[in-house]
Structure formats: C-alpha cells, structure tokens
Design a protein around this ligand. Sequence first.
Ligand code: SF4
Length: 71
Amino acid sequence: MSEQGWRVEVSRGCIGSGLCLSVAADHFEFAGARAKTVRGVLARAEDLEAVRAAAEICPASAISISENLSA
Ligand code: SF4
C-alpha cells in the first residue's frame, strides 16, 4: 500500500491546549499532557484540510505538515 501523502507531526513544543482535538478530532489525541497524531501520514486532501486548520489554530505552532516522500 502506498504511503504517499502528507506527514503530520506534533513537536515537543505542544502545550496541551487541546485546540487541535477540537477542530480535528479524528486526527489528534492526547498522549499524556501532549497531543499526538492518530495517523502520522495522511492520504486524502480532506484530511489535509482538517489538519491544516488545526495547525493554524495551534497556539504553540507545534503541528508540522510535510510531504511524505517515503513512498
Ligand atoms: S493545538 Fe497545539 S498546543 Fe494544543 S494540544 Fe494541539 S498540538 Fe498541542
């Protein structure tokens, strides 16, 4: 199965505000005091839009999105 798409990561700068869960509940979950991604790689554009919205609202700028080149 192809891994092409976008890679999503939450950095250690996450302050645990929970805003990403409020705007993209399917894509983020808490792991202790910090958020983590439910799936590290996205394949669908609609998922990318949801995660982008979370990245824009994140007060710590802790969510990064990059093209997944490991296919
Ligand atoms: S919005 Fe940002 S700071 Fe808040 S929980 Fe999500 S990744 Fe962490």
